[in-house]
Ligand binder design. Structure first.
Ligand code: PLP
Length: 372
């Protein structure tokens, strides 16, 4: 058989797209770097593990449920979400992580020639999904490390279908206040869909931080994303969701893959929502304590850093971020290099419990020659 010329089969916008290679599994990495432990501080996971209500669901998952397809549209979880947020179940779509709902929204609204608007230094999946789908991503520079509402509005044209606002922003931790968000939504005035990605919603404790679920009542062109991966610590189960007006959700449902969310994830997510909030309070406290440890160290070392909302901080290091990564890996600490986020020589660190944060601080100081 002749060897096919794949290039003929591949759209130009896919040919020009660079694949993203995730890091190797922990045992491989530990072997490569010669360490017997690895603190994962690269993905903003909640190292406290899921709320206690989830433990029973996960450990008691009946094997005879395994051959049976999950409920195709997360029926019971949507009922639970509807009850929690005072909405109707048809306002929710559940996905295999909120990453999947990003895809569904872009597919639902964008065709060739359309564009999306977002920031240049934010969660890259909005840009990636747009670009590998042949949709132009207009990336507006951050202003004071935050999303720039005026810049985004000025970039809108008649082919702009979606504006993605990451609130708080991953990785800078900046957020739009309720006032800024409302001014922005008013200015968009229904001309395009606005997505508020609230992946880190549960971590924010600011009085002026807007709640997308409330704003949905006023803005039918708004879609809110939330995830169970971050605060609720269900990252391995891959489950997130969107919420919007029934009309907008009806459109997105047409492009959304059903059966993509497994049974265990649906049950674990429902159990996580039943927690009375004590778990969220405890996690927030852990993050606060981690900030109290890291920020003074960065100050003392005279390093530029960003330590705002969310369970992560960023710091600029006096060497390449990849070199810093390798040096920290040799000490059993894994951080995120930030060149890929367009922050060369910065690293991002997840904020977790004190013993691990202390290990990070010690490793970080040693790498910089300030070991104690
Ligand atoms: C801002 C933001 N949105 C969405 C996601 C995707 O989360 P998941 O697909 O695990 O729900 C992440 C994960 O890092 C994120 O940082």
């Amino acid at each position: 058989m002749s060897r096919p010329d794949f290039r003929q089969l591949v759209p130009a916008y896919v040919q020009s797209f660079e694949a993203y290679y995730p890091s190797r599994p922990d045992p491989e990495l530990m072997r490569m770097y010669g360490v017997d432990h690895l603190h994962r501080l690269n993905n903003n996971e909640n190292a406290m593990g899921p709320p206690p209500e989830v433990h029973e669901i996960v450990s008691g998952f009946p094997p005879d449920n395994v051959p049976v397809y999950p409920n195709g549209d997360s029926f019971y979880l949507r009922l639970k979400l509807a009850e929690k947020f005072g909405k109707s179940d048809d306002q929710f779509l559940v996905g295999n992580g909120s990453c999947e709902v990003i895809s569904s929204v872009i597919k639902a609204f964008c065709e060739e020639g359309d564009n999306i608007v977002t920031a240049d230094k934010t969660f890259a999946v909005y840009e990636w999904v747009a670009e590998f789908s042949g949709i132009r991503a207009q990336l507006i520079p951050l202003k004071d490390n935050g999303f720039d509402p005026e810049g985004m509005l000025a970039a809108m044209d008649e082919r702009t279908k979606i504006l993605f606002v990451c609130n708080p922003n991953n990785p800078t931790g900046t957020y739009w206040s309720r006032e800024t968000m409302i001014r922005f939504l008013d200015a968009v005035n229904g001309r395009a869909v606005v997505v508020m990605d609230e992946a880190y919603f549960e971590y924010v404790e600011r009085d002026d931080y807007p709640d997308g679920m409330e704003l949905l009542e006023t803005y039918p062109n708004l879609i809110v994303f939330r995830t169970f991966s971050k605060m609720y610590a269900l990252a391995a189960l891959r489950i997130g969701y969107l919420c919007g007006s029934p009309e907008i959700v009806d459109v997105v449902r047409r492009t959304h893959v059903v059966y993509s969310v497994n049974t265990l994830a649906q049950r674990a997510a429902a159990a996580a929502l039943s927690n009375d909030g004590s778990f969220i309070q405890a996690t927030r406290q852990t993050v606060r304590e981690a900030k109290e440890l890291l920020c003074p160290m960065f100050d003392e070392l005279g390093l530029e850093y960003l330590c705002n909302e969310g369970n992560y901080a960023m710091v600029k290091v006096p060497m390449s971020d990849t070199l810093m990564y390798r040096k920290l890996m040799k000490k059993g600490v894994m951080v995120r290099t930030m060149t890929g986020f367009r922050f060369p020589n910065w690293i991002r660190v997840s904020l977790v419990g004190r013993p691990v944060m202390e290990d990070f601080c010690q490793a970080f100081r040693e790498v910089l020659g300030h070991g104690r």
